[in-house]
Design a protein around this ligand. Sequence first.
Ligand code: WT7
Length: 692
Amino acid sequence: MVQPTKNGVKGKTKNSSQTQQTTPQAASGQKTGAAKATPPASHKAGTRKNGYKPLASMEEYEAVAKKALEDPEGYWGERAKSLLHWFKPWEKTLSYDFNEPRVEWFAGGKLNASYNCIDRHVEGPRRNKVALIWQGDPEDDVRIWTYQMLYDRVCRCASALKNIGVRKGDRVVLYLPMIPEAVVVMLACARIGAVHVFVFAGFSAASAQSRIQDCEAKVVITADGMFRAGRVMPLKANIDEALKDCPTVRRVIVVNRTNMSTSMKERRDIWWRDLMADRSLNARLPAVPMDAEDLLFILYTSGSTGKPKGVMHTTGGYLTYAAHTTQAIFDTREEDVHWCTADVGWITGHTYALYGPLLLGGTTVLFEGGPRWPDPDRYWQIIEKFRVNTFYTAPTAIRILIREGDEWLERSDRSSLRLLGSVGEPIDPETWHWYRDKVGDGNIPLVDTWWQTETGGIMISPLPFTTPLKPGSATKPLPGIDVSVVREDGKPAKVNEEGHLVINKPWPGMLRGIFGDPAKFKENYFSRFPGRYLSGDGVRMDEDGYLWLLGRLDDVINVSGHRFSTAEMEAAFNAHPSVAESSVVGMAHPVKGEVIYAFVQLNADEKATESIRSELRKWVRREIGPIASPEYIQFTEGLPKTRSGKIMRRVLRKIVSGQIDELGDLTTLSNPDVIDSLVEEYERLVGMSSMR
Ligand code: WT7
């Protein structure tokens, strides 16, 4: 039955006439900083039941931010102490040197992530509170676990991992769909001091292999297959493929998710249910006290070089930052249901679907499926079903749903929502308004949160109810976060001048390094502007001190909030026997933010046909993963190169952004004659697809 929305947003939209799509660039294209700030929604100030007291005004924000920068140890020390349980207090709050680089928070302190997420709640009145609401891809597949239930499972899993030889510091790779077992394994690893390394299930066998090799994993945990929009896809088969060359892996644990036929290798592979059926498992296995700077997890992400980087996060700082930012930005209340739609296999899922909410004793929703199946109102149905209060998703998901039409909103009651969040890419004002005014009631806060895998948690974001909002701006850094906008030469940029976003001081959630590659840690983040952390993002600050994020300045492409390095994509193309050379750039896209656009030069004896085009597309999906499907593959007789043989990607970027008249100085090109045919073929290819 179609129900009228209780949000009463119909006809109340300010922008209903502007239903055309805007690219994220529209947000950045808005060069003046003059967008007016909307006054924050009113809320009951004062202390929450859980003891949290939100900042009441921007004056208070300024004062707290000033104090936090003057005395970071005092500020973060208080946060760490009041948000976490420490087995042993730390000796030194912070010691660091951004030139080496080296960062240590809470050195000497002992704590455990699993204990903080579960045990301390089980010991108190939250024992029977719902920790996890899991909604499977099939509607009837729902699992609801209390903290006590989660505790039992995590202890037993930790005990089982110990039995198969997992020790403190060992790496355990998770290649799992969005199922509750993923959460159990993450917390079980943390419980015994093993390091969890999630490889998102959308990555290919080859991508899984290189990550397993890089971190020298001892154990891999996967599932037979996964559900996606009602279909079944194999996972274990990818792991079998990956493990052909991974000598460090001793055991593979397989969760039965889909009942598909699965081959099991004797002595190596074991079914999850058999592992967990052991009666002798210790359902009260104590959590191991870890040093604050012990590794909690590694997560691979793409940088400007070809090889993915294993970003390292440690226990004390990461947990402090996860708990603190969840509290400050989602204003988590005791009775809240929080839903972050990101897969737990990404940093957003790590921090805001799992660690943040559980550290605060909250209730978190995990959803296995996607926004459009079986119907494009799946998200809204889930919000209604579980009366979700705080909802956190990516602009690309919102833009997909805008396209499906407003009528899909009318069938659900979203009046439980009191806060909306956005993450992963710039949110253009058009999408911002639809999200806030139509998904929400036009009055609840929408927090546009900027951060990265490397930052561990949100860095720039409005504080709900406190910071006046400007659609398209992530507003201001959180108190204690010291950012600058700098020019190429490192000098401060002027008001509204575009520059590099850098971070001047350490924060507890920051990465501690790249696994196995300290030199890359320095080179990637601390060498461009010595003494400062380089984010890789472009930004400008308006006259009110609001930050407008403008996308990556390095060779990273952001497709629907997923990061790819152009070098990594090129390496995949170049590995194909028919390819001579390739160059990959990001192209603005109205729904996905950016898409992958590849210029490919085939071997001289190879004909550019549609069949080789589709073969290459399949090839790259196999090399990197289905999430890395190139949108456009343009064949070319040559790539624009400098005399020294370097491909001028700048020119290609201009071409795919349609700025044909602004290709810039081409005199340094060794082969300027390729330009005309590049432009012609681009126009044919892109023109053709837009007619489809
Ligand atoms: C890159 C980080 C941890 C967030 C999920 C993606 C872009 C992220 C925003 C935002 C503009 C954003 C940046 C950043 N990004 N959030 N609110 N506004 N851009 O994590 O894969 O590490 O990607 O995502 O370009 O550098 P990630």
